[in-house]
Every structure is written in C-alpha cells, then in structure tokens.
Write a protein that binds this ligand. Structure first.
Ligand SMILES: [Fe+2]
Length: 126
C-alpha cells in the first residue's frame, strides 16, 4: 500500500517520486515495481548523513553533517533536504558546490521529521 510522503526509486531509469496521494496499490516504472527508499537513521560512516535540525531566527537550519559537512561533489552530494510537519512538506533542492544545509521558515516544535537524500547513500531521516 502506497503511503503519503513515501519516496520510491526506479532501479532502471533512476526516476524518484514522492507520494502526494496515498492509497494506490503499487507504483510501476520501466515495467517493474518501484523500490521504496528506506529512511535510514543510523550512520556508522565517517561522513554523516542524518539531518541535524537547529533553531535559527525565523525558523530552522537543517544541516547534513553536524560537525563535518557531507561532501557536495559532482559524483556524491545531497540532492535535497526536506522538513515535514503535519500539514506541510518543505523541500530544498541542492546542487554540487552548495553547502549541505537549508533554512526553512518552520517552528522546530512543528517538525514531524527532517530527511535528506544522498545520491550515493540514499534516504536519511531524523
Ligand atoms: Fe553520502
């Protein structure tokens, strides 16, 4: 069963989709079922992936890598950072060379979860 806000990946063409309307039985792309991107939370690698949310004037700043920033190179970078509340999905789309962080005008107390997608290591949440 498709769940609102879940993210799916096509292993053939690289398509990535986020669910905006739940209830459909399955997603298919390139003739095969799409793969649910699992939201990982534990990071044992030296480069960190779990989003770190800190309060900032007027909202929150979400960083990928608390002490050490995640790489933002052509072949390995954070594609997006999202903040989810009960009624909103806020997404910042990043590119190589940018800082792996994003500001959102959202109260920290309203955040249900923050997540980010690394093009090499997948989806992570906090
Ligand atoms: Fe990574």
């Amino acid at each position: 069963m498709i769940v609102l806000r879940d993210i799916y990946y096509c292993k053939h063409c690289g398509n990535v989709v986020e669910i905006l309307n739940e209830g459909a039985p399955a997603l298919v792309c390139c003739g095969d079922p799409m793969t649910l991107l699992e939201e990982k939370t534990q990071d044992a690698a030296t480069e960190k992936h779990v989003p770190y949310v800190e309060e900032a004037p007027g909202g929150v700043l979400v960083k990928v890598g608390k002490e050490t920033a995640h790489p933002m190179e052509e072949k390995h970078y954070i594609k997006f950072i999202e903040v989810l509340t009960e009624s909103k999905v806020c997404r910042a789309e990043l590119k190589p060379g940018m800082k792996p962080e994003a500001f959102f005008p959202v109260q920290k107390a309203d955040i249900v979860k923050a997540r980010e997608w690394c093009n090499v290591h997948g989806l992570w949440k906090s």
